[in-house]
Design a protein. Structure first.
Length: 240
């Protein structure tokens, strides 16, 4: 009798293990296909030069699609062209459904410093390039008015649809001067005018997307966005 019970227990254990494996395999298969469809939809909309990746980050997200619920999604694309600018884009959406709705999310767009230099007009000087230092924007090169190598440190601020670069300090020959103090220095008021804040409009954003912040990194200027809850068809709608 004891032997039969042990045998039944072993058989039940084997069946449970097989069922669990089948569930996991099915989930992974559905998840993989769903990720491929989301990536294809994103590629159609974004038309990037580089690859597009989609990841379902909610546990058992593959099986959840059978009930119309995809869960959380992360989509990234390299080489997206917008407003004559090339950028790498990453989007994170919460509680996405197969119908294309979501509970909102966030995203980032990383713009290379060669692009930043061009859009800022290099402060009206030749050879001035943009870079990042400790989270601030750094513009370095030669400003014709001085004829010397100059490093300009600038703060970056945002509104929902614009980016403003405000130079704060100027370093020349190892000495730093606040931009606000330049007007009081003989012959430097014109330089202060050249270093006035510059605002760049961020247009063409999808409905429900707003610019929230920006900061300089070693790899480029990172713009952060918020995404309102609602339809997300342009990224993942109908993905499953």
């Amino acid at each position: 009798m004891t032997g039969n019970r042990r045998s039944k227990t072993r058989v039940l254990g084997a069946i449970i293990a097989i069922l669990a494996a089948l569930v996991c395999a099915t989930d992974l298969l559905i998840e993989h296909r769903t990720e491929e469809r989301i990536a294809a939809r994103a590629a159609t909309w974004l038309k990037p030069d580089g690859p597009v990746h989609a990841d379902l980050t909610t546990p058992l997200s593959g099986l959840r699609t059978l009930a119309g619920d995809v869960g959380d999604i992360e989509v990234s694309a390299k080489g997206v062209r917008r407003q004559h600018t090339v950028m790498d884009v990453s989007v994170r959406l919460k509680d996405v459904t197969t119908g294309g709705d979501s509970a909102g999310g966030s995203g980032t767009a990383t713009v290379g410093y060669d692009q930043v230099t061009r859009h800022l007009g290099a402060l009206g000087a030749d050879g001035v390039t943009a870079g990042g230092q400790d989270g601030a924007l750094l513009l370095s090169g030669n400003i014709a008015r001085l004829g010397l190598p100059v490093a300009v440190r600038a703060e970056v601020s945002t509104t929902a649809d614009a980016l403003t670069v405000t130079p704060t300090t100027v370093s020349v020959l190892g000495r730093s001067v606040a931009v606000d103090d330049l007007a009081a220095r003989s012959g430097a008021s014109g330089l202060r005018d050249e270093l006035a804040p510059r605002t760049l409009a961020v247009t063409g954003l999808p409905r429900g997307v707003a610019l929230t912040s920006a900061h300089a990194t070693d790899h480029g200027l990172v713009l952060a966005f918020s995404i309102a809850a609602g339809p997300t068809a342009t990224v993942a709608g109908g993905a499953a």
